[in-house]
Design a protein around this ligand. Structure first.
Ligand SMILES: Cc1ncc(COP(=O)(O)O)c(C=O)c1O
Length: 471
């Protein structure tokens, strides 16, 4: 081959082994954002082309649970690629499909025994909505079509999952296209609910459940197919942990009204919150758990659902065994190999317990930090899913003006200082509020948490100056 050659079409140039990087051909999420070019990722760190180190304190989008550069996962994928890289699950099965399904079923709660694979979280949730529909038709409940969910939840960016989600920032552009058959209730979140003042967590949980039951009755239980819940809210209300009676209450309501309970564990699954699944904190067994992200630590795209025996029985007996659904990449062997090695790594290194222990330390340090600064509001979380709100001042708990983009500004300072956070802006009753989500790899050490806190202190100090200069 010529030492230097030029591909003859368009403007891609190659000199020897070097591909000249031309930066004009990527349809970026934001054409006006200056993305650092990451050249290397190792452990909990990313390195850009200039050599700048960033602590990945959000594990990508809370996905890279075992950290970057994990040799066991890389080797497992290579080995699987040599054996069989792809077959279509419409016609064939692979050993890895069985191995991983058995492994996931063995760590899932109680009667959740059968695993369906997709390529990501939105596909997983959309699959669950379809499965719920087929289940209900299968046992004679044709009218059950609606999906219930929370405002301020996130379930994905396809139209049905966007409709079920409660992120007004993302929904607003598509108001006309959103599914009508989605019903939203308020999350167990005290902001925007003055009546909750003075209530104990238990009383608050009861009050929220009462609202949910009223909504179910108003909508007609015979029309509701499934209730999808993030057990601990991720990107929309950073790390909101519900009152202890809340998820159990939802489980009971779903049973009473023959509604399937879907726990969206896309962000929380596989140890992130200090239990294998977040529902395990409350011993709640939903009908379906959906997952993605941490299942493969994002080494390759994978999502899916873990389905209860009762639903599988209906598909087997009433539908001739057929689920009317599927994707080309469902059960892609390489993704499954990555996931199997990833989960084995999590188990072998006891990362679920570690997430719990390190999470308690991180949360304690965040609380101390929040005492120092007036703009750090409530600190929340479980395990290594942690978050804090950004408020004008702690006394009033008032949100920053949304145009100020407090969380984005805070994250920009953080990037400069060497840590990647997960900034967000939620919305309750029209009021937008900023928050920061943290979800470092479950492998993070105590010293690394201390380093993260030092960076956050620096961010806070600079953010405080920024507020002073903009008031
Ligand atoms: C709770 C939850 N559900 C669903 C999704 C969508 O997953 P994906 O981006 O893989 O489609 C996300 C992604 O952030 C999530 O956090």
């Amino acid at each position: 081959m010529d030492k230097a050659f030029q591909l003859s079409w368009k403007s891609i140039h190659r000199e020897g082994d070097e591909l000249t990087v031309e930066k004009d051909h990527v349809f970026h999420r934001n054409f006006h954002y200056n993305y650092p070019l990451i050249e290397k990722a190792e452990g909990i760190y990313l390195y850009d082309e200039s050599g700048q180190q960033y602590m990945d304190a959000s594990s990508g989008a809370v996905a890279v649970s075992v950290g970057h550069g994990n040799k066991e996962i890389i080797e497992a994928v290579a080995k699987q690629a040599e054996k069989v890289a792809f077959v279509h699950t419409l016609r064939f099965e692979t050993e890895i499909q069985h191995h991983l399904s058995r492994l996931i079923a063995s760590i899932a709660p109680d009667t959740l025994d059968t695993v369906y694979f997709t390529s990501g979280g939105a596909e997983a949730n959309e699959s669950a909505f379809k499965l719920a529909r087929q289940y209900h038709i299968g046992h004679g409940k044709q009218k059950k079509t609606k999906i219930m969910s929370h405002w301020n939840s996130y379930h994905g960016n396809t139209m049905w999952t966007l409709s079920a989600g409660g992120d007004n920032n993302r929904r607003s552009l598509y108001e006309a296209e959103l599914h009508e058959g989605t019903v939203h209730v308020l999350p167990p979140y005290r902001r925007g609910r003055p009546s909750s003042e003075g209530m104990t967590p238990e009383e608050f949980g009861e009050a929220c459940l009462k609202e949910i039951e009223e909504t179910i009755i108003r909508e007609d239980p015979e029309t509701i197919s499934a209730f999808i819940v993030e057990p601990i809210t991720g990107s929309q209300i950073a790390a909101l942990v519900p009152p202890d009676n809340y998820l159990k209450g939802i489980r009971k309501l779903c049973q009473t009204y023959d509604i399937l309970m879907i726990a969206d564990e896309v962000m929380t699954g596989f140890g992130r919150t200090g239990e294998m699944f977040a529902v395990d904190h409350w011993q709640v067994v939903p009908d379906i758990i959906t997952f993605a992200k941490g299942v493969s630590s994002a080494y390759l795209p994978l999502g899916g659902m873990i389905v209860s025996d009762g639903i599988v029985k209906v598909i087997k007996e009433e539908w001739d065994g057929k689920f009317a659904h599927g994707f080309t990449f469902s059960g892609h062997p390489l993704s499954l190999a990555a996931a199997k090695a990833n989960i084995e790594y999590i188990l072998k290194h006891d990362l679920v317990k570690k997430a719990k222990r390190q999470g308690e330390y991180l949360n304690g340090q965040l609380r101390k930090l929040a005492e120092t600064w007036s703009f750090t509001g409530e600190v929340r979380g479980k395990g290594l899913l942690a978050g804090f709100e950004m408020v004008k001042d702690q006394m009033s708990n008032m949100a920053f003006e949304s145009e100020f983009q407090a969380a984005e500004k805070f994250n920009a300072l953080s990037l400069k200082n060497g840590a990647v956070l997960y900034p967000g802006q939620g919305q309750v009753k029209g009021e937008k509020f900023d928050h920061i989500l943290l979800g470092p790899p479950l492998t993070i050490t105590t010293q690394e948490i201390d380093k993260l806190i030092t960076i956050l202190e620096q961010n806070c100090s600079e953010f405080s100056e920024l507020i002073k200069s903009t008031v």
